[in-house]
Design a protein around this ligand. Structure first.
Ligand SMILES: [Zn+2]
Length: 285
């Protein structure tokens, strides 16, 4: 993926990305409460998600889900959202200037300056994982919690190629070098994968139509066994024509319901597979 294309591809695609509104659920899909329900975006609004599951999250749970989604959006994709004007519910709260580390002379230590967000040399980050243990049937006891040792990272800028942008910014700031940075929040990212998978399965199959397996991961941040449920392919699939990819399939042998997801798939990002539930046993007559 050539970084020069990133801004243009997203800008062209966003307006065409069709919205989808599912039937209202009428119950919180995370805890079962039936009062104070609000709409849930299956893919976060901050990533340009347009699939909405009406009346499906109570005020208690939506506080939790928006907290981990906000952490991911601000640190892993925040600059992206600001730069490409992806929708945000909190326009006024977005910082106009972002901190950047620079060196004025080669022998200097790194020092912090603030730059306009439109000038910020941002990185877009996605972690890779092994595939979920429940899919591969691997009995790993040493792989616990939300952890990875490999990341997908791309640089992008608003109007030009990333390296041209770095060069221009270096002369504009009159510095010797600049250090693009990004933060990856593994736990919050895994919570987000679990949430997207669960919400999508409810949207497609219906509430109560499967046995959910990820509620404690989403609501209680209980991630000690998340390697069993959450993983990704270790190779990159071809860039998508669509901004995101989301689909659901069954592992018939093991009775699992699995959601395949790829955010900003048009950039050739990693593909995640998340085991969201088990099929309910049907009574034989
Ligand atoms: Zn709830």
């Amino acid at each position: 993926m050539n970084d020069q294309c990133i801004s243009q591809k997203l800008k062209e695609l966003l307006p065409e990305h069709p919205p989808k509104r599912y039937e209202p659920v009428g119950v919180c899909i995370y805890c079962g409460r039936t009062t104070n329900l609000s709409d849930e975006h299956v893919i976060p609004l901050g990533l340009g998600g347009r699939m909405v599951l009406p009346k499906s999250s109570c005020s208690f749970c939506s506080k939790k889900t928006s907290s981990f989604e906000m952490t991911c959006m601000r640190t892993m994709y925040g600059p992206l959202r600001q730069l490409y004007a992806l929708p945000s519910r909190r326009k006024k709260k977005q910082p106009k200037k972002l901190p950047l580390k620079v060196k004025y002379k080669p022998q200097d230590d790194w020092t912090g300056v603030f730059v306009d967000q439109v000038d910020y040399p941002f990185l877009v980050t996605f972690p890779y994982f092994p595939m979920p243990n429940l899919i591969t049937d691997e009995q790993t006891t040493d792989r616990r919690g939300a952890a990875t040792n490999r990341l997908w990272i791309r640089g992008a800028s608003a109007y030009e190629g990333f390296f041209d942008h770095l060069q221009r910014l270096t002369s504009k700031l009159k510095v010797h070098s600049i250090m693009p940075e990004s933060k990856t929040h593994m736990e919050e990212f895994c919570q987000m994968l679990a949430k997207v998978g669960h919400a999508y399965a409810v949207a497609e199959l219906g509430y109560g139509k499967f046995k959910p397996l990820l509620l404690r991961h989403i609501v209680d941040k209980e991630l000690s066994n998340c390697a069993d449920f959450i993983g990704s392919l270790d190779r990159d699939e071809v860039p998508s024509k669509d901004i995101h990819e989301l689909s659901i399939y069954e592992d018939k042998k093991r009775n699992y319901i699995i959601v395949r997801m790829r955010f900003l798939a048009i950039l050739g990002t990693p593909t995640y597979h998340v085991v969201v539930g088990e099929k309910l046993k049907t009574k034989s007559i």
